[in-house]
Design a binder for this molecule. Structure first.
Ligand code: CIR
Length: 299
């Protein structure tokens, strides 16, 4: 994400409901979710995020939706446009309403700094989880997964217009992969973080092939959950949230990647915040899933 000095960054997060132990999980054997611990981990996440963005808005939890903290899946934001999604799992579709309501009451929306569209209105057949959308500043990669279909990728292309290429990447054949951003996230302009696994390497090759001629550098991290990084970039780099627990080698690689980027410009500054998101991992989440970052004009 690249924010210019005349921009502000706003993060949207959603609280953990008391029903979070009922969140969807592809590996229920991974252990019972400790809701109290999840709430503590979420507080740590929000505190770290507050150091990286200008404002954090908190949407209250809804006990009717155990997966509601995974707010990333409900809206895709880039270049002043937000598209409310239609999540691919039926139990999650109702999460979008409260997020849409927040946008409609946001000052930035009233001022015209944010445009709002709705995927379901663009195409009733489209389903999309925001975890499948990786916006790099140059491209919007869209994982075609069990949750996200090709109709949704076409809708995003219409919503964001021809100046932002929307690039579909098939991940449906990659076993056990919920979302594109389980395997790859953005670290900064032209830089990606990819998990060093057969699936990660495959997706990296597919992305490179799909944008032939456009170079991205990448940091390949060895640990399964470590590729899911929240990296906030502005004129002065501000930092990243990384999964610290059981990801030591990956964290060291990321720290040196950020350190070398910092040393290339004296104006760069930032910090790598290590978080333990064990309770969210049990529900197939990690870091990016817990926030949506909006770039809006500075006041
Ligand atoms: C789900 O299966 O939908 C949730 N339990 C996890 C969603 C994680 N979302 C994300 O990484 N963007």
């Amino acid at each position: 994400m690249a924010a210019a000095a005349n921009k502000r960054l706003i993060a949207l997060v959603r609280e953990v409901p008391s029903t979070f132990h009922k969140a969807l999980s592809s590996a229920p054997g991974a252990g019972t979710i400790d809701v109290a611990l999840a709430k503590q981990q979420w507080q740590g996440y929000v505190s770290a995020l507050r150091k990286l963005v200008d404002t954090v808005h908190v949407i209250p939890a809804d006990d009717a939706y155990p997966d509601c903290p995974f707010i990333e899946d409900t809206v895709v934001c880039a270049r002043g446009t937000a598209v409310l999604t239609r999540p691919g799992h039926p139990s999650r579709m109702g999460e979008v309403q409260a997020v849409g309501d927040w946008f409609k009451t946001a000052e930035e929306y009233a001022e015209g700094a944010l445009q709002l569209q709705t995927l379901a209105e663009l195409d009733a057949e489209a389903t999309l989880d925001g975890g499948d959308v990786l916006y790099t500043g140059r491209h919007m990669f869209v994982g075609l997964s069990k949750r996200t279909n090709a109709a949704a990728a076409r809708c995003l292309q219409r919503a964001f217009g021809p100046s932002l290429p929307v690039v579909p990447i098939n991940i449906q054949d990659l076993d056990g992969v919920l979302h594109l951003k389980c395997l790859v996230t953005g670290l900064g302009p032209g830089a990606l973080c990819v998990v060093d696994s057969p699936a990660g390497r495959q997706v990296g090759e597919r992305m490179a092939g799909a944008v032939d001629g456009v170079a991205y550098t990448s940091v390949a991290v060895p640990d399964e959950f470590a590729a899911n990084v929240v990296s906030i970039h502005s004129d002065t780099w501000r930092g990243a949230l990384v999964q610290g627990n059981r990801c030591r080698d990956s964290v060291n690689l990321l720290r040196s990647a950020f350190a070398s980027s910092a040393s290339s410009s004296s104006s760069l500054q930032g910090a790598v915040h290590e978080l333990d998101m064990s309770e969210f991992i049990k529900a197939d989440g990690s870091l990016t899933c817990l926030s949506v970052i909006l770039e809006v004009p500075a006041r």
